[in-house]
Design a protein around this ligand. Structure first.
Ligand SMILES: Cc1cc2nc3c(=O)[nH]c(=O)nc-3n(C[C@H](O)[C@H](O)[C@H](O)COP(=O)(O)OP(=O)(O)OC[C@H]3O[C@@H](n4cnc5c(N)ncnc54)[C@H](O)[C@@H]3O)c2cc1C
Ligand SMILES: *[C@@H]1O[C@H](CO)[C@@H](O)[C@H](O)[C@H]1NC(C)=O
Ligand SMILES: *[C@@H]1O[C@H](CO)[C@@H](O)[C@H](O)[C@H]1NC(C)=O
Ligand SMILES: *[C@@H]1O[C@H](CO)[C@@H](O)[C@H](O)[C@H]1NC(C)=O
Length: 645
């Protein structure tokens, strides 16, 4: 029975891939350039190339930045990317291009590593906070970077969060008020299509959070054509247990529950990524991109006594084994290789902790103990309940081949149905009151700005458990006709801090990732509280109509025998998953606070070098980072062009 199940999952998966043009065989090359084998676009690079700006990494920040730097036609720009290029204007070619498939291929287990042609395949070291499990950590290795892998949720930080950025950088220009136009600049917003969605209560938004409708910025933000059936019940339950409905998550306040906008195009409900900036830039004669090309090392010359980043060695071999060429930067090198890649590149180039450089015999350029430290991330986990099969859940898609096949056609032909939905479409934010904080031993969180939420709840219409492989888990648990829904709770004021260190002095070897999740005792207390809070949602009257049985009997994972704080914490350790928000590993902070970058994203101690991506964050904002990364890239482009003179 189980075996048959597995077979049907594989058959489904294969057919899904075939429909979407990406057969399982030939993982490298098949998806790129519309299926033709990949030929590195390198001919012009092979002899002594010089550009004004060289951007390392064509990810979320990198493509946005490179496109903006080239926009006025005055500067020559090269962007280098280790992964290949995907044609986003074509029919979706990957699970992850279909909103409903975003949860596939990002699981914690090796068995879910099916998108190895667009993913780095990172895996953490054993996590003490997670009962020594090693967890796979999805990261895009492709044009668009991790904006190609994410769940598309688009939401901005709070006003107080950005005040914290001001404190840590000593620079008023990072305040919410002073950055809001950079947040707005990347995107075109389209209101929810209520005629298609037919949801009640309807999704709300605040038009003043967005640019004028005449703006046609590259990135598209809208709502899926179909909401999740479960989300309405979550919203009404939240209201009942003290989390009110709010209008917007994009005006500087995160408090209450609502549907989240998503980075999706309004017409076809395809994923929208930073590739939209590449589409704009590609026709410019001053814009250049090399895909399947690794940045290997930044080369420094001297500006008087100060080292200047003036070139980058690159490799064009598929696995990046040899340094085969060099590119020169007349003005600046900008590292946008992500929270893992950027500290790695600095360290292999001689900027990092002394012990790291010594260990791998790297010639020091600047000793800075902070590179690769201070890693911040969010984790989530939550109980799963058996629900009315009339709800169209992810379990239905995973366990019912006929439904999946019909909805694939519905999506590709008409841009309708559940596959238009990014799965987790409803979010809620809340603080914890001071008395409760004191009673659980977490008063430390009171030092946060007063508008900073401590918990984020996600609707997750399916069974989740340890997030090992959602497709397989739901196919198996749903085989007998059962359907499930989960509320995932994320810790959005985490105290634990992790590290990125080198495994070798070569960027073709993955760095060592140690997020150290749940190692801080305050995080453990808040996690137990969060888990109990999720149970409160399910115990609300508004949830009763969809639960099979009552809130006790419907709870399938972990089940109502998990009751004491110790049992709950142990279950969380066995099931917690990253929300993939790794950040702050090359932090922009005042030097005396332990920074790597100054308030203009320039690397301390050298000239001509900035880091612009999630690694540059001074502190990780509550919730989903992509809005802040686009803002950072937009602002960096302004700073760099202003310095051009
Ligand atoms: C499964 C998943 C779900 C997520 N869900 C959400 C969500 O719903 N909402 C949200 O806001 N955020 C979400 N995130 C997080 C968000 O997508 C990331 O924080 C963001 O995309 C990171 O952007 P970046 O520019 O820092 O790095 P990336 O976008 O990862 O870009 C780094 C780029 O550098 C390239 N690179 C690295 N090293 C080298 C090298 N040596 N040479 C050349 N190129 C190199 C990489 O291949 C990559 O393309 C999610 C992430 C994942 C993985
Ligand atoms: C590379 O270009 C620079 C500047 O144009 C020139 O001085 C140098 O000789 C060139 N080197 C090679 C190997 O062509
Ligand atoms: C599911 O959602 C759709 C669209 O909003 C709605 O028409 C349908 O009645 C819902 N089904 C259930 C069981 O709630
Ligand atoms: C496609 O999805 C829509 C909801 O968006 C639904 O009303 C319609 O029945 C679906 N079509 C098929 C063939 O399932």
């Amino acid at each position: 029975m189980q075996f048959l199940n597995l077979l049907s999952v594989i058959a489904l998966y294969t057919s899904f891939n075939l429909v979407n043009g990406s057969p399982l065989a030939n993982p490298i090359g098949s998806i790129i350039n519309g299926g033709t084998p990949l030929v590195p676009n390198l001919a012009p690079a092979l002899s002594n190339n010089t550009f004004d700006y060289v951007v390392l990494g064509a990810g979320t920040a990198g493509l946005t930045l490179a496109a903006r730097l080239s926009q006025d036609g005055k500067s020559s720009v090269l962007v280098i990317e280790a992964g290949g290029d995907i044609d986003y204007n074509a029919v979706p070619k990957e699970f992850s291009q279909t909103p409903g498939g975003d949860v596939v291929g990002c699981g914690s287990a090796d068995s879910d590593f099916i998108q190895n042609d667009i993913d780095w395949g990172y895996k953490t070291v054993p996590q003490a906070g997670a009962n020594n499990r090693r967890i796979r950590y999805a990261r895009g290795k492709v044009s668009g970077g991790s904006s190609t892998r994410n769940f598309m949720l688009y939401q901005r930080p709070t006003i107080g969060t950005m005040d914290k950025w001001v404190d840590l950088t000593g620079d008023q220009s990072w305040s919410f008020k002073n950055t809001i136009n950079f947040f707005k600049r990347s995107m075109t917003f389209t209101p929810p299509n209520h005629a298609l969605r037919q949801e009640s209560p309807a999704a709300q938004y605040d038009a003043s959070n967005w640019g004028s409708s005449a703006l046609t910025a590259p990135l598209q933000v809208t709502f899926p054509h179909l909401p999740q059936n479960f989300s309405k019940y979550m919203q009404l339950s939240a209201n009942e247990v003290g989390t009110p409905t709010t209008q917007s998550f994009n005006g500087g306040v995160l408090n209450g529950i609502q549907y989240a906008p998503t980075t999706m195009d309004p017409k076809f409900n395809h994923r929208s990524t930073s590739h939209a900036f590449l589409d704009d830039a590609q026709g410019r004669s001053n814009f250049h991109s090399y895909f399947q090309t690794y940045a290997k090392r930044i080369i420094f010359t001297k500006d008087g006594n100060t080292p200047r980043a003036s070139a980058v060695t690159i490799s064009t071999l598929p696995n990046g084994i040899l340094e085969t060429d060099i590119v020169y930067a007349r003005k600046e090198v900008i590292v946008s290789s992500g929270a893992f890649g950027s500290p790695q590149l600095l360290m292999v180039s001689g900027i990092g902790p002394q012990a790291q450089l010594q260990k791998f015999n790297i010639t020091p350029v600047v000793i800075n103990e902070n590179v690769g430290k201070n890693m911040q991330d969010h984790i989530f986990f939550g109980p799963s309940y058996k629900v009315d099969p009339a709800l169209k859940t992810f379990t239905e898609l995973a366990a019912n081949p006929v439904f999946l096949a019909t909805q694939l056609v519905n999506y590709t032909a008409a841009a309708l149905g559940p596959l238009t939905n990014n799965v987790a479409d409803m979010l809620a934010w809340e603080r914890i009151d001071p008395v409760t904080l004191a009673s659980i031993g977490a008063s430390k969180l009171l030092t946060y700005p007063s508008d900073w939420p401590f918990l984020e709840a996600f609707s997750a219409p399916g069974a989740v458990g340890d997030f090992s492989n959602l497709l397989a888990t739901n196919a198996e648990m749903g085989a007998d006709g059962s359907r499930f829904s989960t509320i995932l709770m994320a810790l959005v004021a985490p105290q634990s801090r992790g590290t990125v260190t080198l495994a070798s002095k070569d960027t073709s070897d993955l760095p060592i990732i140690d997020p150290a999740w749940l190692t801080d005792p305050v995080d453990q207390k808040v996690a137990i509280y969060a888990f109990k809070r999720a149970r409160q949602y399910f115990a609300a009257k508004a949830m009763a109509p969809i639960l099979i049985g009552n809130a006790k009997t419907a709870e399938t994972l972990p089940g109502s025998d998990v009751q004491t704080d110790d049992q709950i914490l142990n279950w969380i350790r066995n099931n917690l998953m990253t929300v993939w928000h790794a950040s702050c590993t090359c932090s922009m902070q005042k030097k005396e606070l332990g920074g790597v970058l100054d308030n203009k994203l320039q690397v301390y101690g050298v000239n001509g070098l900035r880091v612009v991506d999630a690694s540059s964050f001074p502190v990780l904002p509550p919730g989903h980072p992509q809005s802040t990364i686009y803002m950072l890239a937009e602002r960096a482009a302004d700073l760099i062009l202003a310095a051009r003179g």
